[in-house]
Design a protein around this ligand. Structure first.
Ligand code: GTP
Ligand code: MN
Length: 627
């Protein structure tokens, strides 16, 4: 028995003690001991992933009131986060940087010693009188090149329950791994909670990532994007590890797209929060492999990827039978689902954009809700929060990809990037080569901020590869490694840029419907398999009308008019040039060490646009480029 196990013994049942002692790595015991010593729980529950334990966790979430089962459909529960904990909180999420190390200015960071002192003080005795739940899991399938071991200590049964739906159980993998394995460690505490089990000290919410010790601390919050260590928090740890080892950890959805004769091509896509990952991965008729985070490796020259998760924590707003038929079906049938921050009335969950008239009263994240209710700032409280979500395991979906658990992952046929770009990029285009695609669509990704983070919506910002919030190494180095990753592949996937949010410059209306993305995805599938040609535009290869028109008919049974095509695929030179200069300014200010390749690609794009402007003017119809 090592000293950590001995020290933990008084807080463990005999059974739990045994479960822990058969894991041979003393560092695991040490991590649990240190969390327990700091947070001082009344007792510790070790989850070895048996069905009984998993059921106990779900049941305790209900017994404690963190979740409620007062919904009519079996398996459904709901949970509320506090009014000040409704999204990822960037302002209080920091990377702890030791003295002597330096990251780019654009990243939210803090001195490691100061950060640890602060967050540890907030954790001190935070679990008093409560149970600390310990869960083991793996990011990515177990026993694979991709596997990362993870440990979670939390005092929230809701968090432990969510982990069960979203991640792969890992107790057995920990047992098998033996001594010396590297693992990510997360410590979460909801802190003081009120009678409704909601964290009250939101002003002391802190989420700190200590990459020196591969540890994430999250205190005084419950919103899953802040509390579940393995989402975006461990992603920061994974990015460092990946870049040391020559692979990529990305904000990716991964989907299987069918072509002719059941041909299947996997496409990965990065979008900032609330910009299209889940809705793309859930397109009907295709398969979902991942909807948030993927690890990508060069395996024998081929670009292969896994989903590090095994469930969806998805935005529920706008899920309705027309726009997202598959998810809608899941959410309205029996099965294990946690709804968060929706409106509850008549034992039903209600949300914005569900295509039904919402009730005028009910219970929501502010307690009793009624039409016209205002908050303490006098703002109207919506019936459900815009960032209300559902949590569900992937393997209950009929469209779950059969390769989800393949330890070798799937081969990526293509990679795409997309943000909320109202003005400049066309709905879909393909990069001229890896460098161009990665830089022009990924590194130059510009987006409007959304409701998924706690701050003003609708702010313009650069969001490199849709992952800038989570990058934990110098940004220039990140981009350099990314570009290098492609160069080391024998088979380089084509890179695409999509924009679901292009607006008419005059009317301000979106130029595309939610379902149109399905056509873009099918067009990419054809391009990847060399089935169609494309038009060379200054910003990339764009689709021909003759190829899109039949796709619209086949996929959506829509008549796609030439007028719509021209409106959507007109190259807006001015808007593109303005975008480029914003991107260049960002790089000059924030990433002075960026590799010359990036400048080169941006300069070439600028040159192509200026040259085309001379010939065709500011708005270039795709027809004139077709020549
Ligand atoms: P996170 O889960 O926060 O990482 O976001 P996500 O990237 O998975 O976003 P998701 O696919 O859930 O889409 C989020 C929002 O974008 C929803 O409010 C959708 O209604 C909206 N959206 C998705 N596709 C389209 C589209 O094609 N057009 C428009 N206008 N809105 C869309
Ligand atoms: Mn999503």
């Amino acid at each position: 028995m090592n000293k950590y196990l001995a020290a933990l013994q008084p807080k463990l049942t005999k059974d739990d003690y045994k479960k822990l002692s058969v894991i041979s790595n003393p560092e695991v015991h040490q991590a649990i001991f240190e969390s327990a010593e700091l947070c001082n729980p009344a007792d510790i529950f070790i989850c070895s992933d048996t069905p009984d334990e998993v059921a106990h966790i779900r049941n305790m979430a209900i017994v404690t009131g963190e979740e409620s089962a007062a919904l009519s459909i079996p398996g459904h529960t709901f949970h509320f986060d506090g009014p000040n904990d409704q999204g990822r909180d960037r302002a209080v999420t920091r990377i702890l940087v030791p003295k002597g190390d330096s990251l780019s200015e654009a990243l939210n960071q803090m001195d490691r010693d100061d950060g640890l002192a602060e967050v540890r003080a907030l954790c001190k005795d935070a679990m008093q009188g409560r149970t600390m739940i310990v869960r083991f899991l793996t990011l990515g399938p177990a026993d694979s090149e991709f596997t990362i071991y993870c440990l979670e200590c939390t005092d929230s049964w809701y968090v432990a329950h969510s982990v069960d739906l979203l991640y792969r159980k890992g107790y057995d993998a920990f047992r098998r791994a033996g001594d010396g394995m590297v693992f990510f460690n997360t410590l979460h505490t909801a802190g003081r909670v009120d009678d409704n089990m909601i964290s009250v000290d939101y002003d002391k919410k802190r989420i700190y990532i200590d990459y020196m010790a591969n540890t994430v601390y999250s205190v005084n919050n419950q919103y899953a994007g802040n509390s579940i260590g393995f989402k975006k928090l461990a992603l920061r740890l994974a990015i460092r590890k990946a870049h040391q080892e020559g692979w990529l950890a990305e904000h990716f959805m991964i989907m299987g797209v069918f072509g002719t004769n059941k041909r299947k091509t996997y496409i990965a896509g990065a979008f900032p929060s609330a910009c299209g990952k889940t809705s793309t991965a859930m397109l009907p008729g295709e398969t979902i492999m991942a909807d948030d985070i993927g690890y990508v490796r060069n395996i024998d020259g081929i670009c292969r990827a896994v989903n590090i998760e095994s469930g969806i924590f998805g935005i529920i707003q706008d899920i309705n039978p027309q726009d997202d038929p598959l998810i809608y079906e899941i959410l309205t049938n029996p099965g294990e689902i946690i709804f968060t921050n929706i409106l509850v009335k008549d034992a039903r969950p209600w949300w914005l954009g569900m295509d039904e008239k919402l009730p005028e009263t009910g219970i929501n994240f502010t307690g009793d809700w009624f039409e016209g209710k205002t908050d303490d700032k006098g703002e109207k409280v919506p019936p459900a929060h815009k960032n209300a979500r559902y949590t569900v395991a992937l393997n209950v979906l009929a469209n779950c990809d059969p390769e989800l658990e393949n330890p070798a992952g799937v081969e990526l046929g293509g990679i795409l990037y997309g943000g909320r770009d109202y003005r400049s990029y066309v709905p879909v285009q393909q990069g001229f080569d890896w460098e161009h695609g990665i830089v022009a669509y990924g590194a130059a990704l510009e987006t409007e901020t959304t409701f998924a983070t706690i701050e003003a919506e609708g702010k313009h910002e650069i969001n490199i590869m849709s992952i800038q919030d989570f990058i934990s190494i110098p940004l220039g180095q990140y981009l350099h490694n990314y570009l290098q990753f492609g160069k080391n592949l024998d088979k380089v996937p084509p890179v695409f840029g999509v924009n679901y949010f292009l607006k008419d410059l005059d009317t301000g209306e979106f130029l595309n419907g939610h379902q149109d993305k399905h056509v873009w995805v099918k067009w990419m599938e054809l391009r990847i398999n060399n089935d169609v040609e494309a038009i060379e535009a200054p910003t990339g290869w764009i689709p021909k009308y003759e190829d899109l028109q039949p796709l619209f008919k086949q996929v959506l049974d829509k008549d796609y008019t030439k007028e719509d095509y021209i409106k959507q695929f007109t190259i807006r030179v001015q808007e593109n040039l303005a975008k480029l200069s914003r991107v260049e300014a960002f790089y000059r200010e924030n990433i002075p060490d960026v590799s010359s390749e990036v400048w080169h690609v941006l300069a070439e794009q600028c040159e192509r646009l200026l040259k085309a402007q001379e010939i065709y003017g500011n708005y270039i119809s795709p027809e004139s480029l077709e020549g």
